[in-house]
Design a protein around this ligand. Structure first.
Ligand code: NAP
Length: 150
């Protein structure tokens, strides 16, 4: 099977975003994101690209868009969706999840209001390969899931 990974930070209710941004500020998660995605092609929706505001260095930045919305210098607009590392947001996770074979979850055990959610998925379809608590936050865990072969 072709490998396709997604990386997401979500709370226990699946909230991933609010008003076009992240609903929290967790520097250790940003470092984790940088480490896990570095050197990979990253695929994101145009609104997530807008919220980042630039092309992330050291990675091929692929931005899914149907519009002519401007894209930052160094990023590439794509119309295809079958690419290596999906970094959101909600619409793009929904699009990619059926093909995703690996998930890097940051579980944020915090109650937050949100208007963007990660799609529901069956945890039993995935095997938990690792889980480690954040060092700088008491309510955050980094989890690596790999889809079970059916
Ligand atoms: N917690 C996390 O890990 C995480 C990660 C990423 C994002 N987020 C959050 O998620 C939220 C953004 O998510 P969102 O659902 O609003 O937007 P999004 O998924 O980032 O982007 C949606 C845009 O992608 C383009 N698009 C969607 N489907 C397409 C297709 N089939 N073909 C071509 N282009 C397509 C469209 O762009 P055009 O309008 O240009 O056509 C659409 O407006 C923000 O709050 C962000 O902070 C959280």
């Amino acid at each position: 099977m072709r490998r396709l990974a997604a990386i997401v930070a979500l709370n226990d209710a699946g909230v991933i975003g609010r008003a076009g941004a992240l609903p929290w500020h967790i520097p250790e998660d940003l470092k984790h994101f940088r480490r896990v995605t570095m050197g990979h092609a990253i695929l994101m929706g145009r609104r997530t690209h807008d919220s980042i505001g630039k092309a992330l260095p050291g990675r091929r930045n692929l931005v899914l868009s149907r519009s002519e919305a401007p894209i930052a210098q160094g990023a590439e607009r794509v119309a295809d969706d079958a690419l290596p590392m999906v970094i959101g947001g909600a619409e793009i996770y929904r699009l990619a999840m059926p093909q995703v074979t690996e998930l890097f979850l940051t579980e944020v055990h915090r109650q937050v209001e949100g208007d963007a959610h990660f799609p529901e998925f069956d945890r039993h379809d995935f095997e938990e390969r690792s889980r480690r608590p954040a060092e700088t936050e008491t309510d955050v865990e980094f989890v690596h899931l790999v889809r079970r072969r059916s």
